[in-house]
Design a binder for this molecule. Structure first.
Ligand code: GRF
Length: 231
């Protein structure tokens, strides 16, 4: 199905970041290229020094900083974050390197309307230091996963995975860079499926693509030819 990129049919997004924002950039670039029918209404960071804020600024996207340091506890921060996100009336919230654990209350408020990208082949290696953990385990394959966000950290239904080989001589940095390149491909694709109304979280908490419950995430690897779902 071709993406509708006509004005007015674009899905309103808010993107949450904490860092460099290369995944944010991939979304901006896809939108600009006309392959992603979204309207990125705001980029919100919990850190004023997040490099992604400059990327958003250059693209003419509204930016906000909501520092966790200004709040005494997680509940208060997430309540403020919820209010700030809602000011922009997004239909999808995109976590793109947002390095905060979200409260169940915040997550419940965006059930089925929030994605995260995680740099591992979930359910392997939720949490931090995923690249080093994959190397330490002697894995020959690693990757990244786009998933719906639920209360369980990095545990929501996975939608799309990119698999990348672990190569001789890899260290965590080299492996992370290779994975990141693939993240930039799969994140806009998953968001596009959602924007096109093809992807949803059902009442039982399963991801559905084109009406079909996904028993496993769609896989994309170096050798794969885009077929079927992958268009
Ligand atoms: C990515 O590796 C993503 O998977 C993880 O945080 C990193 C963000 O990178 N959640 P960037 O800020 O998008 O460059």
């Amino acid at each position: 199905m071709a993406a509708e990129t006509t004005a007015g049919a674009r899905l309103p997004l808010v993107v949450l970041i904490s860092g460099g924002g290369s995944n944010l950039q991939a979304l901006i670039d896809a939108e600009r290229a006309g392959t992603l029918p979204v309207d990125i209404r705001a980029v919100i960071s919990n850190r004023a020094d997040a490099g992604g804020l400059a990327r958003a600024g250059r693209a003419g996207i509204a930016t906000r900083v909501l520092s966790h340091r200004d709040f005494g506890n997680r509940e208060d921060y997430d309540r403020a974050l919820d209010g700030l996100v809602r000011e922009f009336e997004p239909e999808l919230v995109v976590l793109a390197g947002f390095m905060r654990i979200l409260t169940p209350r915040f997550v419940a408020g965006f059930r089925g309307r929030m994605f995260n990208i995680h740099p591992s082949l979930l359910p392997k290696y939720p949490g931090l230091h995923t690249h080093q953990r994959a190397l330490d385990a002697g894995d020959t394959e690693h990757g990244a996963t786009v998933h719906f966000v639920t209360e369980e950290l990095d545990g929501g239904p996975p939608v799309l995975q990119a698999r990348v080989p672990v190569l001789p001589g890899d260290d965590a940095e080299r492996l992370a860079a290779r994975v990141l390149e693939h993240e930039h491909h799969i994140y806009p694709l998953a968001v596009r499926w959602f924007a096109d109304g093809r992807l949803a979280l059902d009442a039982e908490g399963r991801a559905r693509l084109d009406g079909e419950a996904l028993r496993a995430p769609i896989q994309l690897d170096d050798a794969s030819t885009p077929v079927g779902h992958l268009s």
